[in-house]
Design a protein around this ligand. Structure first.
Ligand SMILES: *Cc1c(COP(=O)(O)O)cnc(C)c1O
Length: 497
């Protein structure tokens, strides 16, 4: 029983149960009591290839699985799926290093974790003696849904339904989802916005569990979003990969500090960086980069979390978020005080605001730096990086780039800087083309082509020919129908012949 709820240490679970359940029964997140006791020789991990790193790190963080079991899961998860063997390569751009996390099957960083999660989940299902089929429900604003479907596609013992807001995703994202192959996948547009879809999914979960609607049907629901520890843990690996690359290129000696700048939404990516630090990796500052939805910038500065503010739709939509769920794990691990976390999270859901104690804020200041960048700054950064260094970055990466420059200017003693790059520029072609100083009017696929003609940067394989690919998913429903939709799908043995 290595895991417990962030809100109540008496609610315990094995790491396999934590992966299978996703969320603790009291609404808290599953966490280890501390990461300090985990035995991992970080220096020897640096010698390994990326899959070897993943095997060591994941079996340390998820001790229900032996190292040999984990090795097999890692191989299956990543086999032939990424553009490079090292999965997440680094590139020198100007004086900094960019860590490219978007070389996977859907061109977003979520592929790193969502390739692994289905393997962990099916192995956890076996370990826990669960014979029910697992039905994953996910609401998406664009990136998560596609990456989750690609990860769960034809994984035995699982099915997945993705809900996205009708008219609320980009043309590229919609085409990515609507053309998804696989016998066990289903995509459905919901009339409403992303919050409607997300609330709808939460309502389905609670209706099914309180009404025992699926009991005895051989199906149980689970979730693929980033509150699941099985999605967080695989992200720790690429911090080690980047650090090892810097050592191998002679930029640093083992033991030297490295600063990481992370474009942040739900706080999963950057929390994985802190996990790496707790596991011994010499991480300097973790720089939290936000867009105009800068709730985290203010929080890390002042200790006051306040979600009562305008919500902006930005050109970096995967970071348009006002409640960063994974912060809860950090608050618990730093304070070791579940009662405090339960109180703060209660205040957040009741009033939308909480203030952390001074000594906790001091700890945060020792670990993080913070900054934000609006849409204009984002586009300027894209243009600047392209003109100066011939490197084309997406909008989320550009936010991190801009904040990295702020950080270096204000902290002249900084360590070597690694900027995490979370998406291919071709996933957000209009804003990127505008960043290069061109108009991006018209059909998004034409814009993608114009961006390619302008820069010569290759379009990722999964995005070329997307327009011609066969549409398999056309369902559109009202949000009131989501429960009926799920129950009907759950009762069908086969979705596709
Ligand atoms: C999800 C996402 C992020 C934010 O990551 P978090 O773990 O939610 O902080 C940043 N960039 C892209 C492209 C994403 O898809």
């Amino acid at each position: 029983m290595d895991y417990q709820s962030t809100r109540d240490p008496s609610l315990r679970a094995s790491s396999a149960e934590a992966v299978l359940n996703g969320l603790a029964p009291d609404g808290g997140l599953y966490t280890m009591a501390s990461l300090r006791d985990i035995a991992l020789d970080w220096r020897s991990v640096l010698e390994l290839d990326t899959r070897g790193m993943a095997t060591e790190i994941l079996s340390a963080l998820l001790p229900s699985f032996t190292k040999d079991e984990m090795r097999v899961l890692v191989e299956k998860a990543y086999e032939g799926k990424f553009e490079t063997d090292e999965l997440t390569p680094t590139v020198r751009v100007g004086g900094d290093t960019v860590l490219e996390l978007f070389r996977g099957p859907t061109s977003a960083f979520k592929d790193v974790a969502l390739s692994m999660l289905p393997r962990l989940m099916t192995a956890a299902r076996e370990k826990c003696g669960v014979t029910d089929e697992i039905l994953i429900l996910t609401a998406t604003s664009g990136d998560t849904g596609k990456a989750a479907m690609e990860g769960f596609c034809d994984v035995p013992g699982t099915k997945i339904i993705v809900f996205y807001p009708d008219g609320g995703v980009s043309a590229v994202q919609k085409a990515q989802m609507a053309t998804q192959a696989g016998k066990n996948v289903c995509v459905c547009a919901v009339r409403g916005n992303f919050d409607d879809a997300q609330t709808g999914v939460k309502n389905v979960f609670s209706a099914v569990s309180s009404g025992k609607l699926l009991d005895g049907k051989g199906v149980r629901l689970s979730s693929a979003n980033s509150i699941n520890i099985g999605r967080l843990a695989p992200q720790v690996v690429y911090y080690f990969r980047a650090y090892a690359n810097l050592v191998n290129e002679g930029g640093i000696l083992p033991g030297d500090k490295v600063d990481f700048v992370v474009p942040t939404g739900n706080f999963g990516d950057i929390l994985a960086g802190w996990f790496a630090k707790e596991l011994g990796l010499p991480v300097g500052k973790l720089v939290c980069a936000s867009n105009a939805n800068n709730v985290l910038t203010e929080f890390l500065k002042t200790g006051r979390y306040d979600k009562n503010r305008p919500f902006y739709k930005t050109v970096s939509p995967s970071m348009d978020i006002l409640v960063s769920s994974n912060l809860e794990r950090l608050l618990y691990l730093l304070s070791q005080d579940a009662a405090l976390v339960a109180r703060l999270m209660g205040e957040l859901s009741r009033d939308g605001v909480y203030q952390i104690p001074e000594e906790l804020l001091e700890k945060l200041h020792g670990i993080f730096w913070q900054g934000f960048c609006d849409d204009e700054g984002t586009k300027n950064a894209i243009g600047m990086v392209w003109r100066e260094y011939g490197y084309l970055c997406d909008t989320h990466t550009a936010v991190a780039w801009d904040v990295a420059q702020q950080y270096k200017a204000e902290n002249p003693e900084h360590a070597p800087v690694v900027i995490l790059s979370t998406a291919s520029p071709y996933k957000f072609p209009a804003a990127v083309l505008e960043g290069l100083g061109h108009s991006a009017k018209g059909d998004e696929f034409d814009v993608m082509e114009r961006l390619h003609n302008e820069t010569g940067v290759p379009v990722p394989k999964n995005l070329t020919g997307l327009r011609e690919r066969k549409v398999r998913h056309r369902d559109v429903i009202d949000r009131e129908m989501m429960l009926d939709y799920v129950l009907e799908k759950a009762s069908q043995k086969e979705w596709w012949k």
